[in-house]
Design a protein around this ligand. Structure first.
Ligand SMILES: NC(=O)c1ccc[n+]([C@@H]2O[C@H](COP(=O)([O-])OP(=O)(O)OC[C@H]3O[C@@H](n4cnc5c(N)ncnc54)[C@H](OP(=O)(O)O)[C@@H]3O)[C@@H](O)[C@H]2O)c1
Length: 235
């Protein structure tokens, strides 16, 4: 009897991850950690040269974290959306709709992970903005009817993601969506980052309060000079 082939590593099963706006703090941090875990990552930007430069820098940092890291590629946002099988949206809320609308065709049939927090800031700190569709993730669902939207990574600090002296994260990621296979895949993605865990947290219609909770965490960070995340207990 021949032995069963070894299971495909999780990072390979996840496939290529694209990050729209991946030149920013959050996108770079996610790219760094995922590349260090062996996931092929494409950083997207409005300017392809900027993506290429960020990709080079992140590749070096990822190799420093783990010599088995995969090299990161940089492309314009459209080519990033075309190349990747799973795409993370990491642009500011002010650019969310304008970024996604022209990518509907390129993102059709793909899982799109939205980590965008629609927040405003005033003298009292951060506060949640009203979004006509209900949330950033619901806006993505309305702009990308052919894609499967998952909301996740809202509460993960980019400072910690980019801190190469932090080998592990004490943090859960709330994962929301209407498609079980897609939320399972994003939970698997989160689990590739050491110390991080993806926890299913409901349907997309409940993404508004998860995005808004970031305003509370920013207040916590300011008071305690911290980079607060969330832990879900008893799961
Ligand atoms: N920072 C965090 O700790 C954190 C944590 C959780 C979630 N998030 C969410 O992640 C998203 C990105 O955060 P960030 O701090 O990385 O933001 P950021 O650095 O301000 O922006 C990310 C990238 O988006 C692109 N961009 C900027 N303005 C844009 C616009 N008007 N339209 C399209 N693209 C634009 C830029 O890339 P190019 O110029 O190269 O195109 C920029 O490098 C936000 O929605 C935020 O709520 C952030």
């Amino acid at each position: 009897m021949t032995a069963a082939p070894p299971p495909e590593p999780l990072a390979t099963r996840i496939g290529t991850v694209g990050i729209l706006g991946g030149t920013g703090d959050q996108g770079r941090g996610l790219a760094l950690r995922l590349a260090a875990a062996g996931v092929p990552v494409v950083i997207g930007s409005r300017v392809a040269d900027r993506a290429a430069q960020a990709a080079g820098e992140v590749s070096v940092a990822a190799a420093g974290l783990d010599p088995r890291a995969t090299p990161v590629t940089g492309l314009g946002n459209l080519d990033c959306a075309r190349r990747a099988g799973l795409v993370v949206v990491a642009v500011p809320w002010s650019g969310h709709a304008a970024t996604l609308a022209p990518l509907a065709e390129a993102l059709a049939g793909k899982v799109v992970v939205d980590c965008v927090n629609p927040l405003g800031f005033d003298a009292q700190g951060a506060f949640a903005l009203d979004v006509p569709e209900g949330s950033a993730a619901l806006q993505a669902a309305s702009l990308l009817p052919g894609s499967t939207i998952v909301a996740a990574f809202h509460h993960v600090s980019s400072v910690l993601l980019n801190d190469v002296t932090e080998a592990s994260f004490d943090s859960d990621v709330m994962v929301l969506g209407d498609d079980r296979a897609a939320t399972d895949r994003v939970q698997d993605l989160a689990a590739l980052i050491p110390g991080m865990r993806g926890v299913y947290a409901g349907r997309l219609r409940n993404s508004r309060q998860v995005e808004a909770l970031t305003a509370n965490l920013i207040s916590t960070n300011r008071r305690y000079k911290a980079h607060a995340g969330v832990r879900i207990t008893d799961v």
